[in-house]
Design a protein around this ligand. Structure first.
Ligand code: B16
Ligand code: MG
Length: 216
């Protein structure tokens, strides 16, 4: 039986990828490196350090460890500037209804995000209090696609991995959920999350009741 729903944050509950993109783009421009919206798609669900590695590509050899750290901090500063303007209106369509539905069904509910800014984002959206537990970019050492963040979250909820459904918009996140032996639900296009157990085009398209009844 399913006892808990674990939600990814960026891309499932809210769409912060545009803010991440603006932050990375500003940094890339300052460093004279090209960075397009398409490049940004690769960074979905990917940790901050891995994101910078992908952005730099071969240029990575031109930088010291300290410079790498400084660039991560600089991008995060830009990102946090955008976050200050966040509000309830930044919930993705269907997200509010989804949270209500999970609660009504008496299921446990958690966030498992790769972001170290997850708590700030949840506060901006004013939904912190909705969740039984929140795991973020500080919770585990190995980022998605490793299963660690989801296993850690299940443990905190006191449920078994097979009793969890994960909602994820990123390729790496679906990989992580499958590796954790949870029901992996992709939110997004087939090319990105089609390898999960189930898939919905968007958060607004998730019909939880129908989906859970079909699982039985
Ligand atoms: P930060 P999620 C992920 O969040 C984002 O999708 C990804 O683009 C970002 O690089 C990562 O968080 C780290 O974010 O720089 O704030 O620590 O989708 O796992 O909720
Ligand atoms: Mg995501």
């Amino acid at each position: 039986d399913i006892k808990a729903i674990i939600l990814d944050l960026d891309g499932v509950v809210t769409e912060t990828s545009e803010y991440h993109f603006q932050g990375w783009k500003r940094l890339a421009e300052e460093e004279g490196i090209s960075f397009t919206r398409e490049d940004n798609e690769q960074l979905r669900g990917v940790s901050r350090s891995k994101s910078l590695e992908l952005l730099l590509g071969d240029y990575i050899d031109n930088y010291t460890k300290e410079e790498f750290q400084e660039m991560m901090d600089r991008k995060n500063g830009y990102y946090q500037e955008y976050l200050t303007e966040m509000g309830e209106e930044d919930l993705l369509p269907g997200a509010r209804e989804l949270l209500d539905e999970i609660k009504e069904r008496g299921l446990k509910m958690a966030i498992a995000s790769a972001s170290r800014n997850a708590k700030t984002v949840l506060k901006g959206l004013d939904i912190t209090q909705e969740f039984n537990t929140i795991s973020d970019g500080y919770s585990v050492e190995n980022a998605k696609p490793a299963p660690d963040i989801f296993l850690h979250t299940a443990k905190k909820l006191g449920v078994k991995p097979e009793e969890c459904v994960v909602l994820e918009d990123a390729e790496s996140g679906v990989d992580a959920a499958l590796a954790a032996d949870m029901v992996a639900v992709g939110v997004g296009p087939k090319e990105r999350v089609g390898h999960g157990d189930y898939r919905f085009d968007s958060t607004a398209d998730i019909n939880l009741t129908e989906f859970l009844d079909n699982l039985k």
